[in-house]
Write a new protein. Structure first.
Length: 120
């Protein structure tokens, strides 16, 4: 992996139909197969966009019996990466997303180091 997680994931999905199906069906295992460890407690859903489909991501509703939240209830961040990949992330999960991206970069750095050592 080059270290650009979103670009590498997109490229793999575009060029490998079996992986594309697998990443939608079992994203944690599919990501693991390319060297990306999803931090424990993080749920991942990958949706391969279809040209003829409109997607709505609906934030969770608060249970009417729950006490009032101490933070905004439905606050989400929308991130775009290199103009081809969009993250819709609950604010509470933002740091878990960053950990996932950093794990992908660390794996890429490790691979580059191994390659350099092998070529010396």
């Amino acid at each position: 992996m080059s270290g650009d997680f979103e670009r590498e994931l997109t490229k793999r999905i575009w060029t490998d139909d079996a992986f594309a199906a697998r990443v939608e069906r079992d994203p944690v295992e599919a990501l693991k197969s390319i060297g990306v460890e999803v931090p424990s407690g993080v749920k991942v859903k990958v949706v391969v966009q279809r040209r003829d489909t409109i997607y709505f991501t609906i934030p969770p509703a608060r249970d009417p019996q729950a006490p009032p939240p101490t933070a905004p209830l439905n606050q989400f961040d929308l991130w775009s990466s290199a103009g081809l990949f969009v993250w819709v992330v609950p604010v509470a999960a933002k740091f878990k997303l960053l950990a996932l991206r950093n794990a992908a970069r660390a794996e890429a750095d490790h691979e580059r180091t191994r390659f350099r050592r092998a070529t010396l």
